[in-house]
Design a protein. Structure first.
Length: 273
């Protein structure tokens, strides 16, 4: 018997810890998809790679250089950039299970994965990397200021940081606040940063903001597609993962699908000299 919505919310579900559920309903890329416009009908697996490709293009990294992947997930973006650009990638995750799975999937690519938390000093040399990215991982970090300082410490002066993140552009109230609160609470995410706070946050941690793009319109289809996959496979998903897990996913994404919140950005920053 399935739980009701009210019962499901009594237990907090941490979807970050359940990779199997996320890959069952989505993709090995543990981030949103990117669609170029209404006419883009790309499948989920293609759309998530398109977001990775958008980040790769902004990173502007060359063959032989070193890239730090902050919050590497299962390692698919790291493998993709290593193959496309001929770069060496070090990926970090605070989840040992992610590091293990990413390492097993590396299959000879010039990538390595390390158990490390961006909230702490990173296990690399000062100014070791030519570039860094954080694809939808900053929102899992309770203190972005700490994370940026630790990333800056291992980047060369002038190095590029590319990241995607959720953000707030207007005060949230009513249904929009309820949608974001549900998303944050069920998905165990950190605070949403106000857009106006981002430039100073970067400046104070050793970066200069180079480019900002609100790509919400290109990524928001993610939530409707997630719900579609959940409902189409409800019986099997409940049997395999349990009612609390299934209802947790529905709660996390239903409000987002019905409202353009939380908003989603891509930014490019440069490590200050």
């Amino acid at each position: 018997m399935s739980t009701t919505d009210g019962q499901a919310t009594d237990e907090k579900y941490d979807y970050k810890a359940d990779e199997d559920m996320r890959t069952d309903v989505w993709d090995e890329n543990l981030h949103v998809g990117y669609w170029s416009g209404a006419d883009d009908t790309s499948a989920v697996e293609v759309a998530t790679d398109q977001l990775t490709d958008l980040v790769i293009a902004r990173t502007r990294i060359s063959a032989g250089q070193r890239l730090l992947d902050v919050g590497c997930g299962l390692g698919k973006p790291a493998r993709r950039v290593a193959a496309q650009a001929g770069v060496s990638v070090a990926g970090i995750s605070d989840d040992p299970a992610q590091v293990k799975r990413a390492t097993e999937a590396a299959d000879g690519a010039d990538v390595r994965f390390v158990h490390a938390d961006a909230m702490e000093p990173l296990p690399f040399e000062a100014e070791e990397f030519d570039a860094a990215w954080a694809i939808e991982s900053l929102v899992h970090m309770p203190d972005r200021e700490k994370a940026f300082r630790n990333i800056a410490a291992v980047l060369k002066p002038g190095a590029t940081l590319v990241a995607t993140d959720f953000f707030e552009n207007v005060p949230l109230d009513g249904e929009r606040k309820e949608a974001v609160d549900a998303f944050l609470g069920v998905a165990s995410l950190g605070p949403i940063v106000k857009l106006d706070d981002y430039p100073e946050l970067l400046r104070s941690t050793g970066f200069e903001l180079v480019e900002f793009a609100d790509i919400t319109e290109n990524t928001h289809r993610t939530y409707a597609l997630l719900l579609e996959q959940l409902y189409e496979n409800e019986k099997d998903l409940r049997a395999d993962h349990g009612d609390v897990v299934f209802d947790g996913f529905v709660k996390a994404f239903k409000g987002c699908a019905e409202s353009l919140v939380p908003r989603y950005m891509l930014f490019v920053a440069r490590r200050s000299a």
